[in-house]
Design a protein around this ligand. Structure first.
Ligand code: GDP
Ligand code: IMO
Ligand code: MG
Length: 422
């Protein structure tokens, strides 16, 4: 059976958690393949609101298996908190949650290195979530990392100490001092490692090979967004993993020819949290309205998200790199009440007009917009596409045509139920 992928096409926070939760009824296995607790995936149903960081967004469904793949980096302290927060739901984790032995661990000193690196960069900082993501992936590719499987080995303590000592040496080299209390961080870490040992730690690629053989339906859940990809994003203002479709192959051990549908998810406008270029960013009342109506605050850090108009140059780029087969448009409801909407169709640059995403979008880029009329109606109570106001329908039609990809789901609110299939 084929594997389907769901990926964010912008700078993250597109609404991946919500849609994975909605789609889980059609899948047997939901698998996270990259990123770590820098992600914050929000689910809302039956009056509950829940934010997941490491655990896949299919966890609330009674039958689905949720798998944390080898490409994910896990902070056991945050993972334990997530598990504790789920206590009221009485989920059977022994049956429902599998963790790859090959996933890398975020150590307390990885978080310190992240903080020191950002402090040393000063104004040029990435705007990292400070969860230790960059340093952990650096240790992975540098072949110094510690993996989940290592916590079962007899030399685990030694491995931990050796790497921690190395990190403490590295911390001294940073041109910025940070304050920390490693002792108390280590107490929490040690407790959470003991908790992690109680979970099903598996050879997840083998599990998925067998699941495919048995005809199980698998959905791979992306974290972050394509414009934060370490290769294709707005480098260096990116995360440290492959957030695009290729990441599902390396992060789960799924072969490229086994991937079928690639669901590309985007907001009806654009947001970004952290530093880095954002050509359609708004600094006026319109941007402020999007942020306020859309409650645009980071699900992981609580920082306000920068807001701007939709950017078709960036979206086309993401669609091509991921091989998107179906689109999902989120948060159209937030745009109700705008007299006119702007759609960025190209960039004016110092070397002419560009309709593709260039190497350098850091400076000298001015978006070229088309304007279309907005709509006034509240979309949040709408239950089918036939009820959409004409101008909202025209917005969808415009995007579908320009992006040459069908928009199959339109989301009109944060709740599971506010999801319209087309
Ligand atoms: P993710 O990281 O891609 O899972 O997205 P986040 O959870 O970080 O951010 C998306 C936010 O938008 C969350 O607060 C969701 O509850 C909310 N949301 C998702 N879809 C919609 C929608 O269609 N309309 C509105 N108003 N909010 C939405
Ligand atoms: P989800 O899965 C939005 C951003 C950070 C920062 C940059 C690098 O919820 O969409 P990192 O902590 O990875 O070193 O930060 O990437 N970032 C996200 N922005 N949503 C996310 O995840 C993000 N994960 C990281 O704000 O700019
Ligand atoms: Mg998020």
């Amino acid at each position: 059976m084929a594997v389907d992928l769901l990926l964010g096409l912008q700078w993250g926070d597109e609404g991946k958690g919500k849609i994975v939760d909605v789609l889980t009824t059609s899948y047997d296995i939901i698998a996270r393949f990259q990123g770590g607790p820098n992600a914050g995936h929000t689910l809302e149903f039956e009056g509950n609101k829940h934010v997941l960081h490491t655990i896949p967004s299919g966890i609330f469904h009674p039958k689905a298996i949720n798998l944390i793949g080898n490409g994910v980096v896990i902070d056991p302290v945050i993972f334990k908190k997530e598990i504790d927060n789920l206590a009221p739901y009485q989920l059977d984790f022994s049956e429902k949650l599998l963790i790859s032995k090959k996933a890398h661990l975020i150590l307390p000193t990885h978080r310190l290195l992240d903080a020191a690196s950002e402090a040393a960069k000063g104004k040029a900082k990435i705007g990292s979530t400070l969860k230790g993501i960059g340093p952990t992936y650096m240790d992975k590719t540098g072949r110094n990392g510690i993996r989940v499987g290592d916590i079962l080995a007899t030399d685990w303590e030694e491995k931990y100490k050796r790497l921690t000592q190395k990190h403490l040496g590295m911390l001294k080299a940073y041109d910025a001092s940070i304050e920390y209390d490693l002792k108390s961080m280590e107490i929490a870490f040690s407790e959470s490692i003991n908790a992690l040992r109680q979970f099903k730690l598996v050879d997840s690629e083998q599990y998925l090979i067998e699941a495919q053989r048995e005809g199980k339906k698998i959905l791979a859940e992306g974290a972050q967004g394509s414009l934060l990809d370490v290769d294709f994003g707005t480098y260096p203002f990116v995360t440290s993993s492959t957030t695009t479709a290729a990441g599902a192959c390396t992060g789960l051990g799924v072969a490229p020819n086994k991937i079928k549908e690639v669901y590309g998810i985007f907001k009806a406008y654009t947001t970004r949290v952290g530093s880095g270029p954002f050509p359609t960013e708004l600094f006026d009342k319109d941007g402020e309205t999007m942020g306020r109506v859309g409650h645009e605050f980071g699900a992981t850090t609580g920082r306000s998200r920068r807001c701007g108009w939709i950017d078709l140059v960036a979206l086309k780029y993401s669609i091509h790199i991921n091989g998107v087969t179906q689109l999902m448009m989120m948060k159209g409801d937030v745009l109700s009440g705008f007299e006119k909407l702007k759609i960025c169709t190209a960039y004016k640059t110092t070397s002419g007009v560009m309709d593709y995403f260039p190497y350098d979008i850091n400076s000298g880029i001015e978006p070229i917009y088309e304007e279309i009329p907005g709509w006034k109606e509240d979309l949040t109570q709408m239950t089918e596409a036939s009820l959409f106001p004409a101008n909202f329908q025209a917005y969808i039609d415009y995007l579908e045509k320009a992006l040459e990809t069908p928009i199959k789901i339109v989301s009109v609110g944060p709740d599971r139920k506010q999801t319209i299939f087309r």
